[in-house]
Design a binder for this molecule. Structure first.
Ligand code: C2E
Ligand code: MG
Ligand code: MG
Ligand code: MG
Length: 287
């Protein structure tokens, strides 16, 4: 457990140290321009109930196709954006795009919630709940058409402000998941106080289930903890049938991962979703 914490600590340190390097600044400039252009897109990864295979929702994951570099991973550009005012614009873009997609799907009978990742900084933005409620109303969508995911690390900083926004979102009825659980430092008390509905167990623990007895113990105890608080446990990084079976045995509610389904562009996701839900294909084009 310590090793994992140390590992993410190291990544954070490297990102901090290099925050003003010319390469990072130029990437940030490119990202600023990309927000208004066609280089950004959302892919959608299904979240699947482990007991019966039911599709519970999809997670929207940002994709950037840089004109020179090709694909740039969100693992690279999100931390960069988080250190600047750009994160707010990026989140607004993602929420607008997810709402638009949700409207197309929900109004064609595909009532699949879309989960959007937001960063700690977004929770300091009191405009976020307003943007969401206005967007949901404009598209005539129920509050649970959009879910939010925030990483566990938000618990560490700016707790009071985040708690305000989280309360407003909960009052709106927008479900909230705590992402990357196990990589931060939450205590049981904090977890209980936060109004989250779902806890997503970080892929770094899940991927080695079956190989590492330590990871197995960690995942099992997280699932027990989450269930005992009356919350839903979702595993990230389900890369094999064996891992899915183990998680099911441990009472984990749902999973995401390459073995279940990869993140897909909207037009592929809709085909996947319709085939899984065995709904008749819409007569009008839906993407
Ligand atoms: P996350 O929210 O924890 O998303 C899960 C990540 O795991 C995604 O990486 C997904 O592609 C990847 N993944 C899915 N299945 C598997 C699997 O079976 N094994 C493994 N090892 N990985 C799997 P991705 O798309 O590269 O995104 C990385 C992170 O970037 C996300 O982690 C999230 O924190 C952040 N991110 C992505 N899109 C957005 C966004 O629109 N807004 C914000 N604020 N953050 C975003
Ligand atoms: Mg997430
Ligand atoms: Mg995660
Ligand atoms: Mg992550």
């Amino acid at each position: 457990y310590m090793a994992k914490e140390a590992r993410s600590g190291v990544e954070f340190y490297v990102a901090e140290r290099d925050r003003n390097s010319p390469e990072r600044l130029s990437l940030l400039g490119d990202l600023r321009r990309a927000i208004d252009g066609a280089e950004l897109d959302l892919h959608y990864q299904p979240k699947v109930a482990l007991q019966d295979g039911r599709v519970e929702g999809v997670e929207a994951l940002l994709r950037w196709w840089h004109p020179v570099r090709g694909p740039v991973s969100p693992g690279e550009f999100i931390p960069l954006a988080e250190q600047s005012y750009l994160m707010r614009e990026l989140t607004q873009y993602v929420i607008a795009k997810a709402l638009d997609q949700a409207a197309r799907w929900w109004h064609s009978g595909l009532e699949i919630p879309i989960s959007v990742n937001v960063s700690a900084r977004d929770l300091l933005d009191s405009g976020l709940p307003d943007q969401l409620s206005a967007g949901l109303a404009r598209y005539s969508l129920p509050a649970n058409a959009i879910h939010l995911e925030v990483t566990e690390r938000i618990l560490m900083t700016d707790q009071a402000y985040s708690a305000d926004t989280i309360r407003t979102l909960a009052a709106l009825g927008v479900p909230l998941a705590l992402d990357d659980f196990g990589t931060g430092y939450s205590t049981l008390v904090r977890l209980q106080r936060l109004q989250v509905d779902e806890v997503k167990i970080d892929a770094s623990f899940v991927r080695k289930l079956g190989e590492s007895a330590d990871d197995e113990r960690i995942v099992r105890s997280i699932i027990d903890l989450v269930r005992s608080l009356g919350l839903r446990a979702v595993a990230e990084g389900v890369e094999s049938a064996d891992i899915a079976a183990q998680l099911r045995g441990m009472g984990c509610h749902a999973g995401q991962g390459w073995w279940l389904a990869e993140p897909m562009p909207a037009e592929e996701a809709v085909v996947w979703l319709r085939s899984r839900l065995r709904l008749p294909m819409a007569t009008s084009r839906v993407d």
